[in-house]
Write a protein that binds this ligand. Structure first.
Ligand code: ADP
Ligand code: MG
Length: 615
């Protein structure tokens, strides 16, 4: 039963797909929110609950950025400040209502997030810490010194309560407003995390290079995560601005950014419930510690160290039920029946004559080393082309140039008639050249099936809003992607592992999974860098068997391999590199008997290549 590709099918109307278990949790949370101020009927407590809801919004966004995308931010208080000042000043200086501020200010914060993201995502470790910290400091400094606008240290006073018509939001009503906003934000962010969005962010976090090799623009997704987290912090800022009649820069000191971080880490980074657990624990702390409040900061520090040592996954991350692995998919999508997989037309339809890949005089220089030296490589459609050569002869470097991970120092690369030598890796992947890595680069924290689903990235059509609101169209697309992924896993004999974390697979199966993930992209050219490297003989047979089936189906493959039996049983043509130069090309038999090749492997013209290479 051949189904048309899902992107071509008429999909159901975009109505909301209800996840009953999630709806039940939502209703329970709503009941708790409604009851809290009735049980603790006292403005002191209600103000604390307000604070929890406001902080939660920031931590929710920070978890998206840090937990799911792997980018630490020490400057979230800066976005909160932007949200607060923009909304309050819109009211004070431009006569706009709270509601206009609620609409506009988070967008301004999100814009600031995009601007900060550009330098931030290009840096790592200490530099990332410094850039985000500096951002928080600068915003705070502006808020505390730009007196004509922000009131300087005196701040802004007489900020009115929000109103709707004649209704004025008192402490309790304002609490309800913040808490329900936070609940809604939680539900929408959970939708995202459970969808292609969460999957792609985790992929970008776990193995950015592999994500790019599957057609994902890593920069775009990291910026996206920054923008979302800044938006949520800006939203929290609007509530911070209007919570009290008075606003000054004290609420945005760098220590606040550290508190958000502490809450996120304490709760459990990269978990759905971590942010709420962390926020509540951190907000409860001042109450618990009230009798010894002068030691509070120190105790927080000690707490952070203890959590890092004892519960490296945070509180929620340490409780199995809260963890977020593998079960994500099972819970939200009901893993479907497999859609049998076979190579698609794109893979098998080479233009009759044209080479799939035509690289001419390609070079790559590292310092003084010519790792690849004017190499020509033509790959005919529907062939398996071998690339061999001693260690360090430039095979991986050539693949890195062809797939856009290194810029060539010279030469041209044409893929399916298009020049690609200046294109970024993710674009080349989209155009059809998809590769594996010498050391497998899996998304370790995603399940096996999700790894394959990341491979479908470029073919999935439903965008941000669809996944945010979990429309039936988005859910249906995900379900079909999961079914196809399962089919692909069956083809590779990995279906029984579908829900295991990819990082838990034995090495050989990791390499197989990486090939499966490439095929999900639907490549015109599949490039394998030592697929049998590090495998045991049984696993090598499995790889050979799969590649033979792919060859029969007409998939074009470029394979780097050290096992000469693999090369001999698979390849129609073989190119040989030595010291960056191509020294021979032909059928496996021709090449392996070529004296130049034998010499390259042995350093002397005696013996056989197979013997040398399998050492
Ligand atoms: P192969 O895959 O054939 O074993 P490589 O392409 O990995 O060889 O390496 C070819 C040569 O280029 C080696 O001498 C290696 O040290 C060098 N090389 C590869 N990548 C880099 C890099 N990023 N920076 C500097 N030298 C590199
Ligand atoms: Mg290599």
């Amino acid at each position: 039963m051949a189904k048309p590709a899902w992107s071509e099918r008429t999909l159901p109307l975009p109505i909301f797909q209800v996840d009953w278990a999630a709806l039940l949790r939502f209703v329970l949370a709503a009941i708790v929110i409604v009851l809290l101020p009735m049980v603790f009927d006292n403005n002191y407590y209600i103000t604390i609950f307000q604070g929890i809801a406001v902080t939660y919004l920031v931590v929710l966004g920070l978890n998206l950025l840090m937990g799911y995308t792997g980018i630490a931010s020490f400057g979230q208080a800066g976005f909160v400040a932007i949200g607060a000042y923009v909304s309050v000043l819109l009211g004070k200086n431009f006569g706009q209502s709270f509601w206009v501020g609620l609409l506009v200010a988070p967008l301004v914060a999100a814009l600031a997030g995009a601007l900060l993201a550009i330098p931030a995502i290009r840096s790592r470790g200490p530099f990332l810490v410094m850039i985000t910290t500096a951002f928080g400091l600068v915003v705070w400094q502006v808020a505390s010194t730009w007196a004509p606008v922000t009131g300087g240290p005196m701040g802004i006073s007489a900020i009115p309560r929000p109103t709707i018509g004649d209704f004025r939001f008192d402490t309790r009503a304002f609490y309800y407003l913040v808490a329900f906003t936070a609940l809604l934000a939680h539900a929408l962010v959970s939708n995202l995390i459970g969808s292609r969005w969460g999957r792609t962010l985790i992929a970008v976090r776990d193995a950015p290079t592999a994500a790019a090799s599957l057609g994902i623009s890593v920069v775009r997704w990291k910026v996206g995560a920054f923008v979302l987290s800044a938006y949520l912090a800006g939203l929290a800022g609007v509530f911070t601005g209007y919570r009290n009649p008075f606003l000054n820069s004290d609420s945005f000191v760098v220590g606040e950014s550290l508190n958000y971080l502490l809450a996120a880490v304490l709760g459990g980074l990269g978990t759905v419930y971590g942010p709420i657990v962390g926020t509540i624990v951190l907000s409860a702390l001042p109450q618990v510690l009230a009798p010894i409040h002068e030691y509070q900061q120190g105790i927080r520090g000690v707490l952070l160290v203890l959590v890092m040592l004892l519960l490296p996954r945070g509180i929620a991350g340490s409780i199995g039920a809260f963890r977020d692995l593998g079960s994500r998919l099972a819970g939200r999508l009901h893993v479907p029946r497999a859609t049998p997989w076979s190579p698609t037309r794109q893979q098998t339809d080479g233009q009759a004559e044209q080479p799939i890949l035509d690289a001419q005089r390609v070079s790559r220089v590292f310092g003084g080393l010519r790792a690849v030296d004017e190499v020509d490589l033509r790959i005919a459609p529907r062939t398996i082309h071998g690339l061999i050569g001693p260690n360090g002869s430039g095979k991986s470097t050539l693949v890195n140039v062809v797939t856009g991970f290194y810029l060539p120092s010279g030469g041209t690369v044409v893929l399916l008639g298009r020049s690609i030598e200046r294109l970024p890796a993710h674009t080349i992947a989209k155009l059809g050249a998809v590769r594996t890595f010498q050391t497998p680069q899996l998304f370790r924290d995603l399940s096996v099936i999700e790894n394959v689903m990341v491979g479908f990235h470029t073919r999935l059509r439903r965008g941000f809003l669809h996944h945010l609101f979990r429309t039936s169209a988005a859910v249906e697309e995900e379900r079909q992607a999961a079914a196809r992924a399962l089919g692909l896993l069956e083809y590779f004999g990995l279906a029984d592992r579908a829900l295991a974390p990819a990082g838990s697979l034995p090495y050989g199966l990791q390499k197989l999974l990486e090939i499966a993930r490439c095929l999900a992209v639907g490549p015109a050219l599949l490039i394998l860098d030592e697929p049998a490297g590090g495998m045991n003989p049984g696993e090598i047979d499995r790889v050979i068997d799969i590649l033979l089936r792919l060859r029969e189906a007409g998939v074009t493959v470029l394979v780097i391999e050290h096992h000469m039996d693999v090369i001999e049983s698979l390849c129609q043509r073989v190119s040989v590199l030595d010291f960056g130069k191509k020294i021979a090309e032909g059928t496996p038999q021709e090449v392996l008997n070529d004296p130049k090749v034998i010499e390259a492997y042995l350093g002397a013209p005696t013996g056989g290549v197979g013997e040398a290479a399998s050492r």
